[in-house]
Design a protein around this ligand. Structure first.
Ligand code: ADP
Ligand code: MG
Length: 220
């Protein structure tokens, strides 16, 4: 597989939504240790609305699909993280504008854009114990894969592994942004909820694309 099309991205959005619903309790638990315990329910609500929206609108391009997803997350999630998760998709959408298919180089540009915009918007740096800490390593890994000339499957797999490690690494960090920063050093020992969600999203993209057609539950 050299390119990703609208079908691939549509399958990814459904897969992400299912993954988020399945992990809702876990994400809320993570957010309750050092946050206000709403993350699982807000992100799950957001993706329920996303699926409703795309079922109704039936986007005709990758850019439109990602834009619909981002806008719906912003409007339905609210809070501090809604605009940040929404930005992840709306920024990817901008780079996908006018493209029927997405190659690895395009995907790298899309996800790099998302990281840059989220960093600007939220002001978090690597090591601040936020979603940046699982998104940053994913982007970096994709860049390495591109340089090495790896195929999309392999690149997405490596991206997922890097993101998982990044999410796990937040356990040892002191929170500097968001509500968890109020816990200071007491935030050590807990994995960041938002970083975990970004990993789940990235892993879902990898799984939905590499296991094309194998997951019958995707459209449940
Ligand atoms: P809220 O803090 O409004 O309750 P959520 O619980 O939905 O929002 O999300 C919390 C997550 O948002 C955190 O775990 C962290 O990953 C992410 N986050 C919070 N502030 C920032 C920021 N400034 N930059 C990047 N990510 C952030
Ligand atoms: Mg919260």
């Amino acid at each position: 597989m050299d390119h990703l099309g609208l079908d691939d991205f549509t399958r990814s959005i459904h897969y992400i939504s299912n993954t988020i619903q399945e992990n809702k309790g876990y994400l809320t638990k993570l957010d309750s240790f050092i946050g206000d315990g709403d993350h699982g329910s807000t992100i799950a609500r957001g993706f329920t609305k996303v699926v409703e929206k795309i079922r109704k609108d039936k986007p005709e391009s990758i850019a439109e699909l990602l834009k619909d997803t981002g806008f719906t997350l912003v409007t339905s999630m609210g809070g501090a993280s809604g605009p940040l998760f929404g930005t992840f998709f709306t920024e990817m959408s901008k780079e996908a504008e006018g493209k029927d298919v997405i190659g690895l180089r395009d995907f790298y540009a899309m996800i790099s854009n998302a990281l840059a915009k989220i960093s600007r918007l939220g002001g978090a740096k690597p090591g601040d114990k936020t979603m940046i800490d699982s998104l940053g390593p994913a982007v970096k890994s994709l860049g390495v894969s591109l340089d090495k000339g790896q195929g999309i499957d392999r690149a997405l797999k490596n991206m997922s592994i890097a993101s998982k490690r990044g999410a796990a690494s937040t356990k040892d960090m002191i929170a500097k942004k968001g509500r968890s920063r109020y816990h200071g050093k007491r935030s050590i020992g807990y994995q960041d909820a938002g970083a975990t969600t970004i990993y789940l999203i990235i892993n879902a993209i990898y799984k939905s694309i590499s296991q094309k057609g194998k997951n019958e539950k995707i459209n449940k």
